[in-house]
Design a protein around this ligand. Structure first.
Ligand SMILES: Nc1ncnc2c1ncn2[C@@H]1O[C@H](COP(=O)(O)OP(=O)(O)OP(=O)(O)O)[C@@H](O)[C@H]1O
Ligand SMILES: [Mg+2]
Length: 368
């Protein structure tokens, strides 16, 4: 396939329910692209439309220059892996992997070659004669991947392939998937509702909510410059505090409701004097001070997580906040202690008061 996947004004309904109203998206050739969003937002629905298993109510789907709306699913040359590793329990690892190849009537030595290749890539070559009931969940998922890859598809679609695995295996498998994808350079669409997994594995991510794409970007772009409140809260976490824009002698300031003023150098034109705004502040974007300063917060819970410690606190006006800092050996911040905070103006994000869009103009320079 040349040119990746292009979706233009896609619409999906189930009966009277509009699940995806109008969705456009471009996935580059060779890219690891993830659909990320909460349960029920339409990720599987969109993936099934790409695969050809769902009707399409409106819009166009292209693989390269070819419109595929009416192309038979079997002719799309797609490899698929799902949550419940549907490998055949009555076939050995090798028989599972070659299954799709036999249907394609490939010559015997080509079947052997591909089987060896993908067993090796997925690091299960020693298990080729084992039956599935003697494999761990992670190994079974490796078989499912080898089987999907053996047909040498143009596109690999994966729907929450790791959600049945325990936490450690999930991390191991996502590294294996990423490595395989790098090696093969296969255009991949991956579905998950786990933001950390999406960040770890993807070149780019589309964040979805209620069938609508909220933002498309690299993990870094989404984390550092979320375009709205939904993204700020779904990719990582954010604290939301209200402030008013003040313009004095050509400079723009945020004035928080407790009087704290912060000069901001990256606000858009829309951020005019007197505008109420929402500041999205990540837990690590607070700066802690020993002496009284802008914000005074009372800690009501803390969690030590090794490298970092999370504090759950409330500000004087009652707003609940989360603060993260690198753990200190002699941390004396007990429950009930008071901490003093300011924030880093280069890092925080400023949104419209309703959280619907960003008021930050600068781009992230993302070479990652
Ligand atoms: N066959 C169907 N008939 C009717 N409604 C459906 C059907 N399949 C999905 N839906 C509805 O479409 C919406 C999107 O479902 P979808 O399975 O795409 O969500 P998802 O983002 O994959 O969620 P999850 O993370 O839970 O898998 C949901 O409201 C769901 O109830
Ligand atoms: Mg789903």
């Amino acid at each position: 396939m040349n040119g990746g996947i292009r979706i233009s004004h896609a619409k999906k309904c189930y009966g009277q329910n509009v699940i995806i109203p109008d969705l456009s998206l471009e996935i580059k050739e060779g890219e690891f692209f993830t659909l990320l969003g909460p349960s029920g937002c339409g990720k599987t629905t969109l993936l099934r439309m790409i695969a050809g298993f769902n009707s399409i109510e409106d819009g166009d789907f292209y693989f390269g220059d070819t419109r595929i709306n009416n192309l038979d699913p079997a002719k799309r040359n797609i490899g698929m892996v799902f949550q419940n590793y549907a490998i055949f329990p009555n076939m050995s690892v090798k028989q599972n992997v070659v299954f799709g190849l036999k249907n394609r009537k490939l010559p015997k030595d080509e079947i052997e070659r591909r089987c060896e290749k993908f067993l090796k890539i997925m690091k299960i070559e020693e298990m080729k004669d084992r039956m599935p009931d003697r494999l761990s969940g992670g190994q079974q998922q490796r078989v499912a991947l080898a089987r999907a890859l053996a047909i040498e598809p143009d596109v690999l679609l994966m729907d929450e392939p790791l959600s049945n695995l325990d936490a450690k295996l999930r991390i191991e498998m996502r590294e294996a998937i990423k490595e395989m994808q790098n090696e093969l350079g296969i255009t991949t669409v991956y579905v998950t509702h786990d933001q950390e997994e999406a960040m770890a594995i993807s070149d780019r991510i589309a964040v979805m909510n209620l069938g609508v794409i909220q933002q498309v970007g690299t993990p870094k772009e989404l984390y550092l410059r979320p375009r709205n409140q939904f993204v700020a809260n779904f990719v990582g976490t954010s604290n939301f505090l209200y402030a008013t824009v003040r313009v004095k002698e050509g400079r723009k300031y945020l004035v928080f409701d407790n009087g704290y003023e912060l000069e901001m150098k990256n606000l858009s034109e829309e951020a005019a004097d007197g505008l109420r705004v929402m500041a999205a502040v990540r837990p690590e974007e607070f700066i802690l001070h020993k002496e009284p300063t802008a914000f005074r917060a009372t800690v009501h819970q803390s969690s030590f997580l090794g490298l970092n410690t999370h504090y759950f606190a409330h500000l004087e006006d009652g707003t609940d906040i989360q603060v993260v800092r690198e753990s200190e050996f002699n941390d004396k911040t007990a429950i009930g202690s008071v901490i003093y905070l300011t924030m880093n103006p280069d890092k925080i994000n400023i949104l419209s008061e309703d959280g619907s869009h960003t008021l930050i103009v600068e781009e992230t320079s993302d070479n990652a």
